[in-house]
Write a protein that binds this ligand. Structure first.
Ligand code: ZN
Length: 661
């Protein structure tokens, strides 16, 4: 109670706004040391609508999500739409959806907003406008808009159920949908509703009668920062900051026996050493902290974001980019607790993709792109079926005859909204530097100092390692193109207009930086060698001892019984000959890896993302490697590594710019 009083006094003293982003912060919380000014705007992502995904790997996939996933999703919206009509004053009976379901409607609307930016569709836009109109009528006069709570007559931001009511989770997804809808259609109504709802939240928590608290499912933290970026209203950053600062101080009562770590509330932010608790909540929370580091420029947030990043990517992430192995509380476990038959919810992977993108904006390092690529091409893509209409809630690496299902608990529209953002994840720019983090076929307009720069990318990546980039510099002649040198890639060559760049070096941030006077139709030819690699895991991961996984480029491969005589637990011989074969007829067109096992029997491995798309079948990613002698050396800063070259590489790392000078 004492704590509540202190917060109330502090907030009253700050009434009028502006204090949280600019002044001392929360009582009892030390001010950040140092004078780091943040990186907001130094590197910015490219809007999704600036990118055209054409051909290659992603073009046809995005078409599937547009043509099949979106129409398929509407059938799961009935309860949400009925609830919305009821709240808007129509006489309508149930069944209605529960407290968090509304977020699915907003995730779908965000997916549609991205889609409309790429594929205009007047009928679909009309449908969204009707929903926005209903929402405007359902919203309370004070701005509160969580329809489930409105219909049930429950308290707004109920302090007795703040860890479970999902008020902030729903509002966060509403804001993100409204921002994208505004960006892609130019229409303001949805964004105005979202701003009014966000203003209500600011008043509820930060106003003269405000009480400390935060929604137990993080999401609103990052959405508020995005809303502040779009509207220039710093009060949204203040609220996001308060939600982060109030954690670990006993202001939210857990409902039932839920541990406080479940909602990142066990200790204050500055004492949180690891990313803990519910995997989805924690990755969303970490993304919000990174967003605050960008927006508020507070060194402590940057430090915390980096601790969370190391915690998850160096100790708590599967080779496929999943987090959260535990069924109990859907939680991240201890360091190196990564069982192959773990839980690994799809939404956790979506959260990690966003976190990786924010860490790139924050630190500008290629390791963020490496993780982003691992997550997108493996865990996220695995979550959605090849036909775009089925989904996995869980993404284990070892599985027994499980089938995909459409639970529509939370993951399907999160997967679609994430996949539609491939373009946003692929590119960034700042000053006179352009960044290519993912290699996707199509075109992009990059906002740069001096005007937009166009790039056209031709590639069959990740099936092939060749990427051809033609440049349209517009009015910006001298600038730098930064290509991520993928962490998986041992050797690459690069030529500009056919002349080899030699030696090919990378910056200490992991990029090939090509700065010059660019001319129209200059072409960069980047070729990454893409052999099949045997990957070994950190020796502390028990389930992977004595085993390897196959990876080619960013794609992790796995074994299904259906391809291998009912068996997935293959054992490789000591010197396996691994071959790559194009199979245009299989699983929408894939490259498979073939070879002989230790007994001389042939095997077929398929990309992890394509697994579980046929008949029920046993599945494995990690397989035994006969005669394996694992080394415990050179694991610093790594969780997985190429087993064949690790020791040599550690002695002679690939050259950097400094070496070349
Ligand atoms: Zn989910």
């Amino acid at each position: 109670m004492k704590m509540f009083k202190r917060f109330a006094l502090f907030l009253m003293a700050c009434a009028g706004g502006g204090c949280l982003a600019t002044a001392a912060g929360v009582p009892g919380v030390p001010e950040g040391a140092g004078h780091w000014a943040g990186r907001e705007g130094k590197i910015s992502p490219v809007p999704v609508r600036n990118v055209r995904l054409e051909g290659g790997f992603w073009g046809p996939k995005i078409r599937v999500y547009q043509e099949r996933s979106i129409p398929h999703s509407w059938q799961y919206m009935d309860g949400n739409l009925r609830a919305l009509r009821k709240a808007a004053g129509e006489k309508i009976d149930g069944p209605f959806n529960g407290t968090w379901d509304e977020a699915n409607l907003y995730k779908l609307l965000e997916t549609i907003a991205h889609s409309l930016g790429m594929f205009p569709d007047a009928a679909l836009e009309q449908k969204v406008d009707e929903i926005v109109d209903l929402l405007g009528r359902a919203q309370r006069a004070n701005g509160y808009a969580h329809v489930f709570i409105i219909n049930e007559g429950k308290p707004e931001w109920d302090p007795a159920f703040l860890d479970g009511s999902h008020d902030g989770y729903v509002l966060g997804h509403m804001i993100e949908a409204a921002l994208e809808y505004h960006a892609n259609t130019g229409k303001r109504a949805f964004l105005d509703i979202a701003c009014k709802a966000a203003d209500e939240a600011c008043e509820h928590f930060l106003g003269p009668k405000g009480v400390p608290g935060f929604c137990g499912h993080a999401e609103l933290e990052m959405a508020l920062v995005e809303l502040a970026r779009a509207t220039g209203r710093t009060r949204y950053v203040e609220l996001s900051r308060a939600f982060v600062e109030w954690r670990g101080r006993g202001v939210v009562r857990p409902y039932g026996a839920t541990p406080r770590s479940y909602f990142q509330d066990s200790v204050p932010l500055r004492q949180q050493r690891n990313l803990d608790g519910h995997a989805v909540r924690s990755t969303f929370f970490a993304t919000g902290v990174a967003d605050l580091a960008l927006a508020a420029g507070e060194p402590d947030y940057r430090l915390a974001a980096n601790r969370f990043w190391d915690s998850v990517t160096l100790r708590r992430m599967t080779i496929t980019g999943s987090t959260g192995p535990r069924h109990e509380h859907e939680a991240l476990g201890e360091d190196y607790e990564l069982p192959n038959n773990g839980y690994y919810e799809s939404c956790g992977a979506c959260g990690l993709a966003d976190f990786a993108q924010r860490m790139f904006l924050l630190e500008g390092g290629s390791d963020s792109g490496d993780v982003l690529e691992r997550v997108l091409y493996n865990a996220v893509l695995h979550g959605i079926s090849l036909d775009g209409t089925h989904s996995y809630y869980q993404n284990p690496l070892s599985d027994m005859n499980r089938e995909r299902y459409n639970s529509w608990v939370c993951c399907p529209p999160n997967l679609s909204r994430t996949l539609f953002q491939v373009g946003r994840y692929a590119y960034a720019s700042g000053g006179r530097d352009a960044y290519l983090n993912l290699f996707v076929a199509g075109t992009v307009q990059l906002p740069m100092e001096g005007g937009p720069v166009g790039l056209k990318i031709k590639t069959e990546y990740p099936w092939e390692g060749r990427v051809d980039i033609s440049v349209t510099p517009g009015n910006v002649s001298r600038f730098a193109i930064n290509l991520r040198w993928p962490g998986w890639c041992e050797r690459a060559t690069l030529a500009i207009n056919g002349s080899a760049v030699n030696p090919l070096t990378k910056t200490d941030r992991g990029y090939i930086r090509l700065e010059r006077e660019w001319r129209d139709n200059d072409v960069i030819g980047f070729v990454m060698e893409m052999p099949v690699q045997r990957i070994e895991a950190h020796p502390m991961i028990k389930d992977c001892v004595g085993k390897v996984a196959l990876q080619r480029g960013p794609l992790v491969y796995g074994f299904e019984g259906v391809d291998n005589g009912g068996k997935a637990a293959i054992e490789l011989g000591e010197q396996p000959q691994l071959r790559v074969e194009a199979r245009p007829d299989l699983l929408g067109g894939v490259r498979v890896v073939t070879g002989d096992d230790a007994e001389g029997k042939g095997f077929v491995a398929i990309p992890f993302y394509a697994m579980a798309n046929r008949a029920k079948s046993v599945q494995e990613v990690w397989i035994m490697q006969r005669g394996w002698k694992a080394s415990e050396a050179w694991w610093e800063g790594r969780l997985y590594r190429n087993a064949d070259v690790t020791v040599q590489k550690a002695v002679a790392p690939s050259p950097t710019e400094k070496d070349a000078k």
